[in-house]
Design a binder for this molecule. Structure first.
Ligand code: CP
Length: 315
Protein backbone atom coordinates (compact mmCIF):
# COMPACT_ATOMS: atom_id res chain seq x y z
CA UNK A 1 0.00 0.00 0.00
CA UNK A 2 1.19 3.54 -0.75
CA UNK A 3 0.79 6.08 2.06
CA UNK A 4 -0.90 9.25 0.75
CA UNK A 5 -1.43 11.54 3.74
CA UNK A 6 0.89 14.52 4.14
CA UNK A 7 -0.66 15.29 7.55
CA UNK A 8 -2.17 13.28 10.39
CA UNK A 9 -5.01 15.47 11.64
CA UNK A 10 -7.81 13.07 12.56
CA UNK A 11 -8.61 9.37 12.57
CA UNK A 12 -11.98 10.27 11.05
CA UNK A 13 -10.16 11.11 7.78
CA UNK A 14 -8.31 7.76 7.64
CA UNK A 15 -9.56 4.55 6.04
CA UNK A 16 -9.46 1.13 7.69
CA UNK A 17 -6.54 0.31 5.37
CA UNK A 18 -4.64 3.46 6.43
CA UNK A 19 -5.03 2.52 10.09
CA UNK A 20 -3.95 -1.08 9.48
CA UNK A 21 -0.93 0.16 7.53
CA UNK A 22 0.19 2.40 10.41
CA UNK A 23 -0.23 -0.46 12.90
CA UNK A 24 1.73 -2.89 10.66
CA UNK A 25 4.49 -0.31 10.18
CA UNK A 26 4.66 0.24 13.95
CA UNK A 27 5.32 -3.50 14.48
CA UNK A 28 8.53 -3.19 12.48
CA UNK A 29 9.64 -0.13 14.49
CA UNK A 30 8.93 -1.55 17.95
CA UNK A 31 12.12 -3.59 18.30
CA UNK A 32 14.34 -0.53 17.74
CA UNK A 33 13.49 0.67 21.25
CA UNK A 34 14.89 -2.52 22.82
CA UNK A 35 18.20 -2.40 20.96
CA UNK A 36 21.28 -1.26 22.91
CA UNK A 37 21.71 1.49 20.30
CA UNK A 38 18.16 2.82 19.89
CA UNK A 39 18.64 4.72 16.65
CA UNK A 40 18.17 4.21 12.92
CA UNK A 41 19.01 6.74 10.18
CA UNK A 42 15.52 6.78 8.59
CA UNK A 43 14.78 10.51 9.12
CA UNK A 44 18.37 11.83 9.22
CA UNK A 45 18.41 15.45 8.04
CA UNK A 46 14.73 16.06 8.82
CA UNK A 47 13.71 18.75 11.32
CA UNK A 48 10.61 18.24 13.45
CA UNK A 49 9.09 20.74 15.90
CA UNK A 50 7.03 19.70 18.91
CA UNK A 51 4.73 22.71 19.39
CA UNK A 52 2.82 22.13 22.63
CA UNK A 53 0.34 24.74 23.86
CA UNK A 54 -1.21 22.45 26.52
CA UNK A 55 0.51 20.35 29.21
CA UNK A 56 1.75 16.88 28.26
CA UNK A 57 4.07 14.23 29.64
CA UNK A 58 3.51 11.13 27.52
CA UNK A 59 2.69 12.52 24.07
CA UNK A 60 5.41 15.17 23.98
CA UNK A 61 8.13 12.81 25.23
CA UNK A 62 6.93 9.98 23.04
CA UNK A 63 7.05 12.10 19.88
CA UNK A 64 10.48 13.42 20.88
CA UNK A 65 11.85 9.92 21.48
CA UNK A 66 10.25 8.64 18.27
CA UNK A 67 11.86 11.45 16.25
CA UNK A 68 15.27 10.98 17.91
CA UNK A 69 15.20 7.20 17.41
CA UNK A 70 14.66 7.90 13.70
CA UNK A 71 17.62 10.37 13.74
CA UNK A 72 15.51 13.47 13.03
CA UNK A 73 16.47 16.78 14.64
CA UNK A 74 13.76 17.67 17.17
CA UNK A 75 12.98 21.02 18.79
CA UNK A 76 10.47 21.63 21.58
CA UNK A 77 8.41 24.82 21.65
CA UNK A 78 6.01 25.39 24.55
CA UNK A 79 3.43 28.16 24.48
CA UNK A 80 4.44 29.74 27.82
CA UNK A 81 7.97 30.43 26.54
CA UNK A 82 7.00 31.25 22.94
CA UNK A 83 5.77 34.54 21.48
CA UNK A 84 2.20 33.23 21.77
CA UNK A 85 2.45 34.50 25.36
CA UNK A 86 3.13 38.02 23.97
CA UNK A 87 -0.01 38.01 21.86
CA UNK A 88 1.26 36.55 18.57
CA UNK A 89 -1.39 34.48 16.79
CA UNK A 90 -1.06 30.70 16.44
CA UNK A 91 -0.97 31.14 12.67
CA UNK A 92 1.88 33.68 12.79
CA UNK A 93 3.90 31.60 15.23
CA UNK A 94 3.48 28.54 13.02
CA UNK A 95 4.44 30.43 9.85
CA UNK A 96 7.57 31.74 11.60
CA UNK A 97 8.48 28.22 12.71
CA UNK A 98 8.01 27.03 9.15
CA UNK A 99 10.14 29.89 7.78
CA UNK A 100 13.06 28.22 9.59
CA UNK A 101 12.63 25.37 7.08
CA UNK A 102 11.26 22.65 9.31
CA UNK A 103 9.78 19.51 7.79
CA UNK A 104 7.04 18.80 10.28
CA UNK A 105 5.13 20.47 13.11
CA UNK A 106 3.48 18.38 15.83
CA UNK A 107 0.86 20.49 17.60
CA UNK A 108 -1.13 20.16 20.81
CA UNK A 109 -3.62 22.95 21.45
CA UNK A 110 -6.83 23.47 23.42
CA UNK A 111 -8.75 24.65 20.34
CA UNK A 112 -10.62 22.00 18.30
CA UNK A 113 -9.49 22.30 14.69
CA UNK A 114 -6.13 23.91 15.54
CA UNK A 115 -4.14 21.20 13.74
CA UNK A 116 -6.29 21.65 10.62
CA UNK A 117 -5.84 25.44 10.86
CA UNK A 118 -2.07 24.98 10.89
CA UNK A 119 -2.14 22.51 8.01
CA UNK A 120 -4.09 25.08 5.98
CA UNK A 121 -1.49 27.83 6.51
CA UNK A 122 1.89 26.06 6.38
CA UNK A 123 3.43 23.94 3.64
CA UNK A 124 5.18 21.41 5.91
CA UNK A 125 3.48 18.35 7.39
CA UNK A 126 1.33 18.75 10.51
CA UNK A 127 0.53 16.10 13.10
CA UNK A 128 -2.27 16.55 15.61
CA UNK A 129 -1.10 15.68 19.15
CA UNK A 130 -4.51 16.60 20.62
CA UNK A 131 -6.80 19.51 19.64
CA UNK A 132 -9.06 20.30 22.58
CA UNK A 133 -11.87 17.75 22.96
CA UNK A 134 -11.82 16.93 19.23
CA UNK A 135 -9.20 14.23 18.42
CA UNK A 136 -5.92 12.70 19.61
CA UNK A 137 -5.15 10.46 16.64
CA UNK A 138 -1.90 8.87 17.83
CA UNK A 139 -3.57 7.92 21.15
CA UNK A 140 -6.34 6.14 19.23
CA UNK A 141 -3.68 4.36 17.16
CA UNK A 142 -1.50 3.31 20.09
CA UNK A 143 -4.54 2.03 21.97
CA UNK A 144 -5.57 -0.05 18.96
CA UNK A 145 -1.97 -1.30 18.59
CA UNK A 146 -1.95 -2.39 22.24
CA UNK A 147 -5.30 -4.21 21.95
CA UNK A 148 -4.15 -5.99 18.77
CA UNK A 149 -0.80 -6.92 20.35
CA UNK A 150 -2.48 -8.42 23.43
CA UNK A 151 -5.58 -9.98 21.86
CA UNK A 152 -4.35 -10.77 18.34
CA UNK A 153 -7.37 -9.02 16.81
CA UNK A 154 -9.74 -6.08 17.17
CA UNK A 155 -12.63 -7.26 14.99
CA UNK A 156 -15.54 -8.38 17.19
CA UNK A 157 -14.04 -7.38 20.54
CA UNK A 158 -16.32 -5.67 23.04
CA UNK A 159 -14.64 -2.43 24.18
CA UNK A 160 -16.00 -0.19 26.93
CA UNK A 161 -14.90 3.45 27.08
CA UNK A 162 -15.78 4.70 30.55
CA UNK A 163 -15.98 8.21 31.98
CA UNK A 164 -16.02 11.73 30.62
CA UNK A 165 -16.83 11.01 26.98
CA UNK A 166 -18.13 14.51 26.25
CA UNK A 167 -14.80 16.30 26.80
CA UNK A 168 -12.48 13.53 25.62
CA UNK A 169 -10.44 13.63 22.40
CA UNK A 170 -9.15 10.18 23.37
CA UNK A 171 -12.72 8.82 23.33
CA UNK A 172 -13.38 10.27 19.87
CA UNK A 173 -10.13 8.99 18.33
CA UNK A 174 -10.63 5.59 19.96
CA UNK A 175 -14.19 5.34 18.67
CA UNK A 176 -13.18 6.22 15.10
CA UNK A 177 -10.24 3.78 15.19
CA UNK A 178 -12.00 0.86 16.84
CA UNK A 179 -15.21 1.15 14.80
CA UNK A 180 -13.22 1.22 11.54
CA UNK A 181 -11.40 -1.93 12.72
CA UNK A 182 -14.65 -3.74 13.55
CA UNK A 183 -14.86 -3.56 17.37
CA UNK A 184 -18.15 -3.36 19.25
CA UNK A 185 -17.79 -0.14 21.28
CA UNK A 186 -19.92 0.94 24.24
CA UNK A 187 -19.49 4.27 25.99
CA UNK A 188 -20.36 4.32 29.69
CA UNK A 189 -20.70 7.29 32.03
CA UNK A 190 -23.12 9.75 33.60
CA UNK A 191 -25.68 11.02 31.06
CA UNK A 192 -24.31 14.56 31.53
CA UNK A 193 -20.89 13.41 30.27
CA UNK A 194 -22.12 11.52 27.19
CA UNK A 195 -22.79 13.69 24.09
CA UNK A 196 -26.41 13.60 22.89
CA UNK A 197 -25.76 12.20 19.39
CA UNK A 198 -22.82 9.89 20.14
CA UNK A 199 -24.76 6.88 18.74
CA UNK A 200 -24.25 8.39 15.28
CA UNK A 201 -20.60 7.32 15.63
CA UNK A 202 -21.80 3.70 15.74
CA UNK A 203 -21.38 3.13 19.48
CA UNK A 204 -23.74 1.78 22.13
CA UNK A 205 -24.48 3.91 25.20
CA UNK A 206 -24.84 2.63 28.76
CA UNK A 207 -25.19 4.39 32.11
CA UNK A 208 -24.68 1.17 34.11
CA UNK A 209 -21.05 0.11 34.37
CA UNK A 210 -21.74 -3.01 36.46
CA UNK A 211 -24.01 -4.43 33.73
CA UNK A 212 -21.34 -3.93 31.05
CA UNK A 213 -18.19 -5.19 32.81
CA UNK A 214 -18.87 -8.97 32.52
CA UNK A 215 -19.27 -8.64 28.71
CA UNK A 216 -16.14 -6.55 28.14
CA UNK A 217 -12.89 -7.67 26.51
CA UNK A 218 -11.31 -4.23 27.02
CA UNK A 219 -12.13 -1.34 29.36
CA UNK A 220 -10.55 2.01 28.48
CA UNK A 221 -10.94 4.34 31.49
CA UNK A 222 -10.93 8.10 31.02
CA UNK A 223 -10.11 10.95 33.37
CA UNK A 224 -12.68 13.62 34.19
CA UNK A 225 -11.44 16.55 32.06
CA UNK A 226 -12.00 19.33 34.60
CA UNK A 227 -9.95 21.78 32.50
CA UNK A 228 -12.62 21.58 29.76
CA UNK A 229 -15.66 21.80 32.06
CA UNK A 230 -17.38 25.08 32.90
CA UNK A 231 -19.82 23.62 35.47
CA UNK A 232 -20.41 20.51 37.60
CA UNK A 233 -21.60 17.53 35.56
CA UNK A 234 -22.36 15.26 38.55
CA UNK A 235 -23.37 15.97 42.16
CA UNK A 236 -20.22 14.85 44.01
CA UNK A 237 -16.96 13.08 43.27
CA UNK A 238 -17.96 10.45 45.83
CA UNK A 239 -21.08 9.61 43.83
CA UNK A 240 -19.07 9.46 40.59
CA UNK A 241 -16.59 7.02 42.18
CA UNK A 242 -19.46 4.86 43.50
CA UNK A 243 -21.09 4.58 40.07
CA UNK A 244 -18.19 4.76 37.61
CA UNK A 245 -14.90 4.32 39.49
CA UNK A 246 -13.26 1.06 38.36
CA UNK A 247 -12.30 -0.90 41.47
CA UNK A 248 -11.15 -4.48 42.11
CA UNK A 249 -14.56 -5.31 43.63
CA UNK A 250 -16.29 -4.06 40.52
CA UNK A 251 -14.14 -6.38 38.34
CA UNK A 252 -15.09 -9.56 40.23
CA UNK A 253 -17.29 -10.73 37.31
CA UNK A 254 -14.90 -9.60 34.57
CA UNK A 255 -13.50 -11.93 31.92
CA UNK A 256 -10.20 -13.50 32.94
CA UNK A 257 -8.38 -11.98 29.96
CA UNK A 258 -9.83 -8.48 30.32
CA UNK A 259 -7.54 -5.58 29.35
CA UNK A 260 -7.63 -2.43 31.50
CA UNK A 261 -6.42 0.65 29.65
CA UNK A 262 -6.00 4.32 30.56
CA UNK A 263 -4.44 7.00 28.33
CA UNK A 264 -3.07 8.91 31.33
CA UNK A 265 -2.76 11.07 33.25
CA UNK A 266 -4.76 8.93 35.70
CA UNK A 267 -6.46 10.25 38.82
CA UNK A 268 -5.93 7.26 41.10
CA UNK A 269 -8.80 6.75 43.51
CA UNK A 270 -11.23 8.60 41.22
CA UNK A 271 -11.85 6.94 37.83
CA UNK A 272 -9.43 4.07 38.57
CA UNK A 273 -8.46 2.39 41.82
CA UNK A 274 -4.67 2.01 42.35
CA UNK A 275 -5.10 -1.78 42.68
CA UNK A 276 -6.66 -1.85 39.19
CA UNK A 277 -4.12 0.52 37.63
CA UNK A 278 -1.29 -1.70 38.91
CA UNK A 279 -3.23 -4.99 38.76
CA UNK A 280 -3.05 -8.07 36.53
CA UNK A 281 -5.44 -6.78 33.85
CA UNK A 282 -3.62 -3.45 33.39
CA UNK A 283 -1.74 -2.71 30.15
CA UNK A 284 -1.37 0.99 30.90
CA UNK A 285 2.43 1.05 30.70
CA UNK A 286 2.36 -1.12 27.56
CA UNK A 287 0.29 1.65 25.99
CA UNK A 288 3.06 4.13 26.80
CA UNK A 289 5.76 1.83 25.39
CA UNK A 290 3.76 1.19 22.23
CA UNK A 291 3.19 4.92 21.75
CA UNK A 292 6.80 5.34 20.65
CA UNK A 293 6.59 2.64 17.95
CA UNK A 294 3.28 3.99 16.68
CA UNK A 295 4.62 7.56 16.56
CA UNK A 296 7.78 6.36 14.78
CA UNK A 297 5.51 4.78 12.17
CA UNK A 298 3.46 7.98 11.84
CA UNK A 299 6.55 10.21 11.48
CA UNK A 300 8.03 7.82 8.91
CA UNK A 301 4.86 7.56 6.81
CA UNK A 302 3.98 11.27 6.94
CA UNK A 303 7.59 12.18 6.04
CA UNK A 304 7.41 9.98 2.97
CA UNK A 305 4.68 12.27 1.57
CA UNK A 306 5.71 15.61 3.05
CA UNK A 307 9.20 15.59 1.58
CA UNK A 308 10.15 15.78 -2.08
CA UNK A 309 12.53 12.83 -1.62
CA UNK A 310 11.23 9.45 -0.40
CA UNK A 311 12.66 8.48 3.00
CA UNK A 312 14.50 5.17 3.28
CA UNK A 313 13.12 2.49 5.60
CA UNK A 314 15.14 1.64 8.72
CA UNK A 315 18.28 -0.46 8.59
N1 CP B 1 -2.32 10.43 26.89
C1 CP B 1 -1.88 11.70 26.85
O1 CP B 1 -2.18 12.47 25.92
O2 CP B 1 -1.05 12.05 27.87
P1 CP B 1 -0.30 13.44 28.01
O3 CP B 1 -1.35 14.51 28.24
O4 CP B 1 0.65 13.28 29.18
O5 CP B 1 0.43 13.70 26.72
Amino acid sequence: MEWKHKHLLTIEQLSKEDIEYILETAVSFKEISVRSVKKVPTLRGKTIVNFFCEPSTRTRMSFELAAKRLSADMLNVVSSSSSLSKGESLKDTARNIEAMKVDMIIIRHSMPGSAQLLADCVSCSVINAGDGPHEHPTQGLLDAYTIKEKKGRIQGLKVLIVGDIAHSRVARSNIWTLKKLGADVTVVGPSTLIPAEIEKMGVNVSYYLDEEIPKADVINILRIQRERQDRNFFPTLREYIQLFGVSEARLKNAKKDLLIMHPGPANRGVEIDPAVADGPYSVILDQVTNGIAVRMAVLYLVSSVGSSKKVKMKS
